[in-house]
Design a protein around this ligand. Structure first.
Ligand code: GCW
Length: 723
């Protein structure tokens, strides 16, 4: 008996540690609320919704109502209403679909967690985009391309028999922010993904995700018919190839009846595609679309194409895809990266947005920080995505923003979608950097509602992530768990400070922690642009891994358009890529008045100046400074901001649990060190061309150009860069 007891205690201790190891993201609500929930219908999805409420809801009884009447169709199967009865004694969450009920429940819980509940709820929501999809660049060997949070979540070697508990946690986290789709594998896809063996594994994952309203999609390799089944060709117009895809798709739907469809990277960066057979992207996409159409599946066809020819890389996607506008089937959507090059810290929006009018187009954002300091740098990405979504394309008159031309409000396409390249791995905290979780969160929330502001989303995330509110009245605040002191209800309650004279009350959490952390987040993207590549500079990254600066980089035999010199074109006259009408004329791909605005050095926004122009070092900027001086001051400003983030965070220590505090603190040190590295590398390198001094009132370089040029960071060692 004693032995059993010992074993029990030992096991529960072990389990406790185990369970505690996996970060519960923004879902830190308490689990013992015992709320009253009424739900007449039963289903796996409704059970999840009811269970979430029972555990965490602290208000009036809630009724979950799946509506069947036609008028409810307008909100869609995912839209919902939340209403408090006139007497305040009941709350009803209603939707035409079960997924809508689930989203309504998470919405209600979010209001509770963030302290936004009102006495009379009268809410009606439906998503901005129909498909809100994560793209995992996960390989079958569990490596993750551009992944900085450990290995892939998908244990292919254990599937389909063993299901990791994290699959469900992943689904829950996604559902709680409105994500309803996942592409499981890398766009650089291996044909093996479509083998019978792997489809069984996919089926198992789809089974876990289904009750959470999440559909599974796959990236496919265009040569699969030849590679997987030995066909003599993968030509999309060949009858045997078309049959092969039809049969493959039928096989998938027999296993996974609600399979979402395919994501395709074709004729891009060496991958096969229809052009290998003299066919067009439309031929390729339509062949797949025809196979998927009877099952309701779709094709997300990527426009990320460029080749090392003469044409400016920034122009190529538009050149290839515009002639095909209107030639795609209705169940094809073109997936376009936010900018015309490749997820740089700042790019103008891709000119394909709004220009392709007869074809559905979806934005692709990168949540993983390939070009933004991996999981070392705190960079909150909502401002970057909002900048793109709010850009006016002028393609349908003024106000036709990227958001409007992709979410169905300007063009009447039935199919709308938005994709985010996931930053998720098997690290205990999911995303590497604790603040990188905010980017997963922000992507989900923006895909649900593209009108939310970056600040609103940051607020929501901070409140849910850095508190585990037990109390209904004080739903915001540092709690006993966070700071290690007894928590008392009431905004005036005071908690004995851990250090110094810090006033640790709910009020001080609201007036100190929340606004300061929010501000740090909101400034972080611009800070990264400033210390990495301000004023429209782009692609100054180290070759291959893209961590750290190498504006000098020249790899023998490498494609010119993979080298920084292709992009910055620094010389004794000035710096920047001339994309004006006297240069590559990429400006012509933008609708008037943008075209004229970008074309003129005087009217081009200064934060994109060197994207569109080769500008003399002595060019007078709006500040009155020369371009060279402006560059120096801006790099320095980025460094100073990184330093200020450290200062801010250090004062937050009393408000945060020690593990997360130290993790963030450690990474902010790296970020500041990297910012200095970036500034020194870029300024010392460009100084060789400008021949001007670095203004004397800014921080002096601490590195020598020679040693920086000698230094080659090993990707496995990126946490210890630069030296
Ligand atoms: O940004 C580049 C990345 C590649 C990636 C490619 C793409 C998946 O460096 O790693 O490949 O974009 O988006 O296809």
């Amino acid at each position: 008996m004693k032995k059993i007891l010992f074993l029990y205690i030992f096991c529960s201790f072990f389990l406790m540690i185990k369970a505690g190891e996996i970060d519960n993201l923004w879902l830190r609500m308490s689990a013992n609320a015992k709320a009253e929930v009424i739900c007449k219908k039963q289903s796996p999805t409704l059970t999840i919704a009811a269970t979430e409420l029972r555990k965490a809801w602290r208000g009036a009884p809630v009724e979950l109502q799946v509506q069947t009447k036609k008028e409810w169709k307008k909100l869609g199967e995912e839209g919902f209403t939340i209403r408090t009865s006139a007497d305040g004694k009941k709350i009803t969450v209603a939707s035409f679909g079960e997924a809508g009920i689930l989203y309504g429940v998470y919405h209600l819980l979010r209001l509770q967690q963030t302290g936004e509940l009102t006495a009379q709820l009268n809410i009606s929501e439906s998503p901005s985009y129909k498909i809100r999809v994560l793209n995992h660049w996960d390989n079958l060997d569990r490596t993750v391309e551009r992944g900085y949070a450990g290995r892939s979540l998908w244990h292919w070697e254990q599937l389909p028999d063993t299901l990791s508990p994290r699959y469900e946690e992943y689904a829950r986290a996604n559902a709680s922010i409105g994500i309803n789709a996942t592409v499981l594998n890398n766009v650089n896809a291996t044909p093996q993904m479509l083998s019978r063996e792997y489809l069984q594994k996919v089926k198992a994952l789809a089974g876990v995700f289904r009750p959470y309203g999440i559909k599974v999609y796959l990236s496919i390799n265009f040569s699969s018919p030849a590679e997987l089944s030995g066909l003599s060709t993968s030509d999309p117009l060949d009858t045997s190839v078309r049959c092969w895809w039809k049969e493959k798709v039928n096989e998938i739907y027999r296993l996974i009846p609600d399979f979402g469809g395919f994501l395709v990277k074709a004729n891009s960066e060496g991958l096969p595609g229809p052009q290998d057979f003299g066919r067009t992207h439309a031929d390729g996409a339509n062949m797949l679309a025809d196979a998927l159409q009877p099952h309701g599946g779709i094709v997300m066809w990527r426009a990320f194409v460029y080749s090392p020819g003469d044409s400016d890389r920034a122009k190529q996607a538009y050149q290839e895809f515009m002639p095909l506008d209107g030639k795609f089937r209705d169940n094809v959507i073109i997936q376009v990266k936010n900018g015309p090059i490749d997820f740089q810290p700042r790019e103008p929006f891709s000119p394909l947005f709004g220009a392709m009018k007869q074809t559905a187009v979806m934005p692709e954002f990168q949540i993983t920080q390939e070009y933004l300091g991996f999981s070392n740098h705190l960079v909150y990405l909502a401002p970057l995505w909002k900048e793109c979504l709010e850009s006016d394309t002028y393609q349908h008159g003024q106000g036709s923003t990227v958001a409007c031309v992709t979410d169905g409000s300007v063009y009447p396409h039935q199919l709308t979608a938005i994709a985010g390249v996931a930053n998720i791995g098997d690290d205990a905290n999911w995303c590497g950097h604790p603040f990188a979780q905010a980017n997963w969160y922000a992507f989900g929330r923006l895909s649900w509602n593209n009108e939310l502001t970056s600040a609103q989303i940051a607020d929501e995330w901070i409140k849910q992530t850095f508190s585990d509110n037990e109390s209904q009245n004080d739903t915001i605040g540092a709690t006993s768990k966070n700071i290690g002191y007894e928590w008392k209800n009431g905004a005036s309650s005071s908690i004995k400070p851990i250090k110094g004279s810090m006033d640790l009350t709910v009020a001080s959490w609201k007036t100190t922690f929340l606004p300061q952390v929010r501000q740090m987040m909101l400034q972080s993207r611009e800070a990264a642009v400033d210390y990495m590549m301000p004023l429209g500079l782009h692609h100054l990254f180290a070759f291959g891994h893209h961590y750290g600066p190498e504006p000098w980089c020249n790899v023998l035999g490498a494609r010119a358009d993979w080298l920084p010199t292709y992009y910055h074109k620094a010389d004794s006259v000035g710096v920047g890529f001339d994309r004006s009408s006297t240069g590559s004329n990429a400006v012509s791909q933008y609708q008037s008045p943008l075209c004229e605005m970008y074309n003129d050095v005087q009217t081009c926004p200064e934060n994109l100046l060197l994207w569109f122009h080769h500008v003399p070092w002595n060019h007078k900027m709006k500040s009155g400074r020369t371009l060279w001086d402006e560059l120096c001051y801006t790099y320095d400003q980025g460094v100073q901001q990184a330093r200020s983030f450290q200062k801010t965070w250090d004062t937050m220590e009393p408000f945060v649990d020690s593990q997360r505090f130290h993790e963030v603190q450690r990474r902010l040190k790296i970020q500041t060190r990297d910012a200095v590295w970036w500034k020194d590398a870029c300024l010392l390198y460009f100084q060789q061309f400008s021949c001007h001094p670095i203004p004397y009132d800014i921080e002096r370089p601490v590195h020598n150009l020679d040693s920086l040029e000698q230094y080659h960071l090993k990707i496995s060692n990126y946490e210890n860069a630069p030296m």
